[in-house]
Design a protein around this ligand. Structure first.
Ligand code: URA
Length: 230
């Protein structure tokens, strides 16, 4: 079963990239989305406008160090929406989410339940720009980026959302989450069922929890089957 998921214990994290140099403070004019009221503008955007807004975004400090913003990838009429944390170095360079080591594991996890990125699957992140040194995004950063994810969900209308790790789960559920306690439960995000599981990067570091991630994927697949029967 673990081999099927590509979870044989051969995965290793590459050496963590060096911290990005200290960032300049944002100019005062570059306030957060919430401050400027641009949040409601995002809420009315079509897909094209949303994409353009994300790639030009300066709503938080993360815009300073990014090579490019990473809006997301996949089927625009998906059954599944997987939400990660934020782009890493390879995603920042390529403009696509989950293309590094964690992405290879995510692809293997998808394949284990007969899914493929781009085929009824959309992959997005909680923050669209790389946190320097791959640190966890701050609550200010996730709040600044939330209108984008919220609009993506509204436009994509997935049947099921899978939150990969704590920042995604907390942002989507708007509450403190412990992944170990939240997994195995069916949550609701504005009428869309939501399941929480471990982030692939965490699984690369924590072999014993890979079997739990497999259980979570089986739960997600069973949930989707029920949703598709409706
Ligand atoms: N980790 C994430 O959460 N997202 C990515 O796109 C890559 C790694």
């Amino acid at each position: 079963m673990l081999r099927e998921m590509g979870l044989a214990p051969l995965w290793k994290l590459r050496t963590a990239p060096a911290e990005a140099p200290a960032q300049q403070a944002l100019p005062e004019a570059a306030a957060t989305i919430q401050d400027t009221g641009a949040s409601s503008a995002v809420a009315g955007m079509d897909w094209e406008a949303l994409h353009a807004s994300i790639v030009a975004c300066q709503a938080c400090e993360l815009c300073r160090a990014r090579k490019q913003a990473v809006p997301g990838v996949g089927d625009l009429s998906p059954d599944w929406l997987f939400v990660g944390e934020g782009p890493g170095a390879e995603e920042d360079a390529r403009g696509e989410p989950f293309v590094g080591q964690a992405g290879k594991l995510l692809d293997a996890m998808l394949a284990a339940i007969d899914l493929k990125r781009g085929n009824k699957v959309y992959i997005a992140n909680t923050v669209k720009c790389r946190p320097p040194g791959n640190r966890t995004p701050t609550s200010t950063e996730t709040a600044a980026c939330w209108p984008y994810l919220e609009r993506q969900i509204a436009l994509l209308k997935p049947k099921l959302i899978v939150a990969l790790g704590k920042p995604a789960a907390q942002t989507l559920l708007q509450t403190e989450v412990r992944v170990g306690e939240a997994r195995g439960r069916l949550f609701d995000h504005g009428g869309i069922p939501l399941i929480v599981t471990y982030h692939p990067a965490y699984l690369l570091r924590t072999l014993p929890d890979k079997a739990k991630a497999w259980e979570d994927l089986c739960f997600a697949r069973a949930t989707m089957r029920k949703l598709l029967e409706k």
